[in-house]
Design a binder for this molecule. Sequence first.
Ligand code: ARG
Length: 398
Amino acid sequence: MPERVVLAYSGGLDTSVAVRWMTEEMGVEVVALAVDLGQGGEWTTVRERALKAGAVEVVVADAREEFAREFVAPAVRANALYEGKYPLVSSLSRPLIAKHLVATAREYRAGAVAHGCTGKGNDQVRFEVSVRALAPDLDVVAPVRSWKFTREDAIEYAAKYGIPVSATKKSPYSVDQNLWGRTVECGVLEDPWEMPPEDVYELTVPRAEEPRELVVGFESGLPVSLDGRAMTLEQLVPALDQAVGPYGFGRVDMVENRRVGIKSREIYECPGALALLMAHADLEGMTLERDVAHEKARLEPRWAELVYDGLWYSPLKSALDAFMNETQRHVSGEVRLRCQPGTCYVAGRRSPVSLYEHDLATYTAADRFRHQDAEGFVRIFGLSVETWARRQGTGTSA
Ligand code: ARG
């Protein structure tokens, strides 16, 4: 009996050709696994295409809720932005797909899993490191890395075996999409000086004219409502996408550092994600104690880096999660977002557990702040600088 391999299947050209190529060239049975992460696929078409390509079995896993709860929610708590800008759209999805690859491999008694990544990107790192962490006994196969096909070769190969690629859309870009946003690479974007043509964008096409306000509610760091209506995270993100995207808000254009040492120009569209992250970080400003806030801000870039680098399942990432979770207990309240053409910004915030005390902050009224205490505090605070300054004055430099 031929060995079985479970392939992470997207329905695109490369993974479709990979099904047939592994069957023919490696002599294995291929189980195609498609994971629904809110990218909005036509799953019956995806299923049919995988079967036409030669898969012995097709599994479609609806992982939207799991993705939101276990991957997006921690990213919100950690205010996760790689290199300060990218909300980790693809980086968050790969460890979850890896988890489903492993589960499917167990269910179908497969000895290996496979992905359709090239050797130049981050996604191969994320898939393989995640699978090794979850199931060190499984092999990982990367057909796209071993065949020597150009895009034309792949199209020809598909035609030879009657794999329907006409249906796979002929975009000049390489796109990845899920609940948390959309990533676009390749084509004219490979010239970092070139302005992205408007056809790059789908979620942030400016249409809305009238300013509007939105209120996002949080409970212990988790977004739970929009304009007072309770929503799950997997409902809230698309709802926010639709609300703020039409203002043209949510675009990122950056040259980023891949884990494999290559700089690449990337376009991201993440209206809902960026609005939520902005609101969450703002509410922390009101609810986190000063030292906690400052330490958290130091650890956040590290969390994002680990996730970007494919180390979702790693001891440091778990330890940082524990820290992040501990900080979120009182991150509850509401943030008011205002949208107007070209932008969306925080216009106000309130919290039942706020650390903002009007009595202390105000300059206007008589208050309970003991002004006389400030004198001694400031003198002692500045003492070491004062001592240093006096010595400068005497000209005796040690
Ligand atoms: N540069 C981003 C990242 O590394 C996006 C990758 C998108 N992946 C893709 N196969 N198109 O996370």
